[in-house]
Design a protein around this ligand. Structure first.
Ligand code: AMP
Length: 297
């Protein structure tokens, strides 16, 4: 695996494989790699000839300086982990390479960015995400880019951008990887104490409870999410939102009569966590709805 720091070095490295028509896969990350990131890399390795992983803690998507400063970083460990996965190129640029002096362009996507994460983190969050992902697409020019369902709204925003700007890249979405007890893996979990980790489990438990309520026939979103809200509150986590929305457009659901996306964000101590699950109102005899529920697979 080669670790590259500049746009021009990466472009030079990819020129030959691209000329040979080799399929290039991109996995954008902010590092502090865990099994969730690795699942994206493994899929890219299976499906592509050249795998590029980017490691860049993007300052423009953080709305608080303290959150950016506290974000976990372990570049040496990440280099070992990525190379063990058979990654070909690790692109780890300094901030000045991505945002040189005079940088003045922002990609702003309306609609899908407004609710949920956009409402709680501010519009700058998805502007930062969209701008850096668009730059990475232009720098790497991948055939396929891999993202995690863990950040469901981010996936929806990127799909919107790719469609609106005719970006020539396929978007692949990989399922959320969880610890055996259901906690969704996140780089931010490194900040959790043992008691906070226990409280953090309330997010996936709330999703599982909501799934059970819906399977039992509940059709009203406010009623279906009530036990989950109570679980999160009882655990001492501070809920930001817990909503049922449409899986593609992230619009509020008024009646649960088709699959819905349950999305949750809460603070546990100083750590902000998110999770989500697609919940099915009716279990098909061949594929029980419980299969998609965190902590039950
Ligand atoms: P991050 O480094 O947090 O920006 O994440 C980089 C990519 O990994 C994003 O596409 C995330 O959605 C994805 N990812 C993060 N956590 C998980 C997880 N637990 N399971 C699957 N994908 C994940």
């Amino acid at each position: 695996m080669r670790t590259l720091r500049t746009v021009s070095d990466l472009r030079i490295a990819l020129a030959q494989p691209r000329r040979e028509g080799r399929r290039i896969g991109l996995v954008p990350t902010m590092g502090a790699l865990h099994e969730g990131h690795l699942s994206l890399m493994r899929r890219a390795r299976e499906e592509c000839d050249e795998v590029v992983v980017t490691l860049f803690v993007n300052p423009t998507q953080f709305n608080q300086r303290s959150d950016l400063d506290a974000y976990p970083r372990d570049e040496e460990g990440d280099i070992v982990i990525a190379s063990e996965q058979g990654v070909d190129y690790l692109f780890a640029p300094p901030v000045s390479e991505i945002y040189p002096d005079g940088f003045a362009t922002t990609i702003s996507i309306s609609g899908i960015t407004a609710p949920l994460e956009g409402a709680h983190r501010g519009r700058e969050h998805f502007e930062g995400v969209a701008t850096v992902v668009c730059k990475l697409f232009n720098i790497v020019a991948p055939d396929v880019a891999y993202f995690g369902q863990k950040d469901a709204q981010q996936v929806a925003v990127i799909r919107r951008m790719v469609a609106d700007l005719n970006l020539p890249v396929a978007i692949a979405v990989c399922p959320t990887v969880r610890d055996p007890d259901g906690l969704a893996l996140s780089s931010r979990n490194a900040h959790l104490s043992a008691s906070e980790r226990e409280a953090a489990l309330s997010l996936s438990r709330a999703l599982a409870l909501t799934a059970a309520t819906i399977r039992d026939g509940e059709r009203q979103p406010a009623v279906a999410t009530a036990p989950g809200r109570a679980t999160i509150a009882a655990a001492g986590a501070v809920l930001e939102y817990f909503e049922l929305v449409t899986p593609d457009g992230l619009e509020p659901v008024t009646e649960i009569d088709r699959p819905v996306l349950a999305v949750v964000a809460a603070r546990v101590g100083r750590t902000r966590l998110i999770d989500n699950a697609v919940l099915e109102p009716l279990a098909s005899p061949l594929q029980p709805a419980a299969a998609t529920v965190p902590g039950r697979s």
